[in-house]
Design a protein around this ligand. Structure first.
Ligand code: FAD
Length: 522
């Protein structure tokens, strides 16, 4: 606002002696000068002399341009003069030269002073030496730039997240990752994956600001795109927030520097070795399973006649002790004892696998393993596989080997079922809802008739006799047993009409059962 000298109506003005007004200007801690319309200096205060180095008698009568360092671009002065001649104040920064030749940065305000007629009679200039402030600002900018350059050149994706989960800073690799994954903010996805994967440790990582590193996360982007693997590390630090809120009280904020390294290639290699190992392990397990099946079948075969013999002996027992029956009853007793001893011996021969310890298992991974292990059979059978995993699946506490056998068995069943189908499609989905992990395995085979949907889970029940392969009907019974061991449910979806859809569900936060359930074979 221009300063209007005609306005003496202000009540404060009337009460204040003009000597006080003069003393105020004289002693103001900002450099004040009053000039004529050509910027010739008429008055300077003490702070002006202090800041410029010129005593009043050295500058009064001279032009303000005496302070110019000549490095300030002429446009700045043109703007200054343009403003003040339109009777508007001007504020800006220019380079001034101190009496001793030293340059300093002046933060200058120039305002016109008006008379009663509204004409400019003088100009008032007020300036501060802001060199130090500027240097500090520059220093901070340089440091920020330096930090940004360091973060940008980190050879992994790096992102700085504040304690409210907001992205503060990221680097080029992070941006590239975002476009590669087709995800707007991968950091939020990784935080979600971390929360799901780390379980109770998440509290330490996020709320207690504990550092972590080498945390491997798997991401299934879906849409037919391959799984990706990332190694994550997080380091927390506290930083004073640059807002006025913290001027008196201080307002430190926590920041998490999250670095994410794409280890998909290494993982793929490891995966190949792992799959080879798995194939060997599964072959071994299958041998054990088929031996088990054979032994169960043998026990089943012996148990049937034994039951009949037992029934016959009961009838004889009820008829009483006549001479002819005693010998026969003894004989039956001996046959039964021999049969039970054989069953006992066969039961002792049932092999037990040692690789079934319960630990956190990612079912997406295990399903993926099962599909990969059966790739050759699927291709040979001309089956189109649609694998639709949910991108983030919490882990389940269970036996990785048994679960893998379960899924492998179910997929093998589907392959067998589609042997004579024209349409051969296998669709595998995972999702979570209501604290449950859901899995469906769908095929386009003939399906299972409504009347057999419960029976098929019973031991030694098979519908595959005509397929030419050896089946004793233990596949779904064992599958049922494995699901039971994991406190899950398995059923055949009655609403699915295209073939067979097996639906399984497992509790997300379930614990290991005290004793694994035994397969019944009676
Ligand atoms: P030019 O910009 O070429 O001007 C030379 C002189 O011509 C000016 O000093 C002025 O007397 C006159 N003039 C120029 N344009 C106009 C116009 N549109 N109307 C009327 N007269 C004009 N400059 C600094 O470098 N440092 C300061 O601290 C500073 N403080 C100032 C304080 C006040 C109150 C005023 C009014 C001006 C101030 N100036 C200051 C500007 C200064 O007057 C010069 O414009 C500037 O220094 C450029 O110098 P120059 O020799 O290139 O002058």
């Amino acid at each position: 606002m221009p300063i209007d000298l005609s306005n003496s109506e202000c009540p404060v003005d009337r009460d204040l002696p003009s000597s006080l007004m003069r003393a105020t200007v004289d002693q103001a801690p900002v450099a004040i000068s009053i000039t004529d319309l050509k910027a010739n200096i008429l008055y300077v205060n003490a702070a002006f002399s202090e800041i410029t180095g010129y005593a009043p008698q050295e500058c009064i009568g001279r032009n303000e341009s005496m302070l110019s360092d000549r490095r300030t671009p002429p446009e700045v002065y043109q703007e200054l003069w343009g403003c003040i001649t339109r009777q508007q104040p001007w504020r800006g920064r220019l380079l001034n030269r101190h009496r001793d030749g030293r340059r300093y940065l002046a933060d200058l305000t120039v305002a016109p002073m008006l008379n009663e007629a509204g004409e400019t009679t003088h100009f008032i200039g007020m300036h501060r030496d802001v060199t130090e402030e500027y240097l500090l600002q520059q220093q901070v900018r340089q440091q920020t730039l330096f930090l940004e350059t360091v973060v940008a050149s980190i050879p992994v994706s790096a992102v700085l997240i504040d304690e409210n989960g907001r992205i503060v800073l990221d680097n080029l690799m992070y941006k590239a990752l975002a476009s590669d994954l087709k995800v707007e903010e991968p950091a939020l996805l990784f935080l979600k994956l971390l929360r799901e994967e780390s379980g109770e440790d998440w509290n330490d990582f996020w709320h207690r600001e504990k550092a972590f590193r080498n945390l491997e996360l798997r991401f299934d982007p879906g849409g037919g795109r391959p799984s990706r693997w990332f190694s994550c590390a997080g380091q927390w630090f506290r930083h004073e927030e640059g807002s006025v809120d913290g001027f008196f009280s201080g307002s430190e904020k926590g920041y998490l520097l999250l670095t994410v390294d794409d280890i998909t290639q290494q993982k793929k290699q490891q995966e190949q070795y792992r799959l080879r190992g798995l194939q060997a392990l599964m072959a071994e397990e299958e041998k054990l399973e088929s031996l088990k099946e054979t032994l169960f079948a043998a026990i089943h075969q012996i148990q049937g006649p034994l039951n009949l013999i037992g029934a016959a002996k009961n009838i004889l027992d009820r008829r009483g002790d006549d001479a002819g029956n005693v010998a026969l009853r003894d004989l039956l007793q001996q046959v039964m004892a021999a049969g039970e001893a054989s069953i006992c011996t066969l039961e002792k021969c049932i092999p037990h696998s040692d690789n079934n310890a319960f630990k956190p298992v990612n079912l997406n991974q295990v399903l993926h393993d099962a599909i990969t292990l059966l790739t050759e059979r699927l291709l040979a059978s001309g089956i189109v596989v649609e694998w639709v995993p949910t991108p983030v699946l919490p882990s389940l506490k269970g036996s990785e080997n048994r679960l893998r056998s379960l899924f492998k068995q179910l997929i093998e069943n589907a392959i067998d079922a589609m042997a004579h189908s024209r349409r051969r499609e296998l669709r595998i989905l995972t999702w979570t809802r209501d604290q449950l992990i859901h899995i469906t395995i769908e095929d386009t085979g003939p399906g299972i008739p409504a009347g057999l949907r419960t029976q098929v889970f019973e031991p030694f029940f098979t519908t595959k006799a005509s397929l030419g392969r050896q089946h004793v009907g233990m596949g779904l019974a064992v599958a049922h047993e494995i699901v039971n061991q994991h406190n899950g449910l398995i059923r055949i979806d009655p609403d699915y009409q295209e073939g067979c859809r097996i639906h399984m569900q497992f509790e997300i936060r379930q614990t290991q059962p005290e004793r694994p359930a035994k397969v019944s074979h009676g």
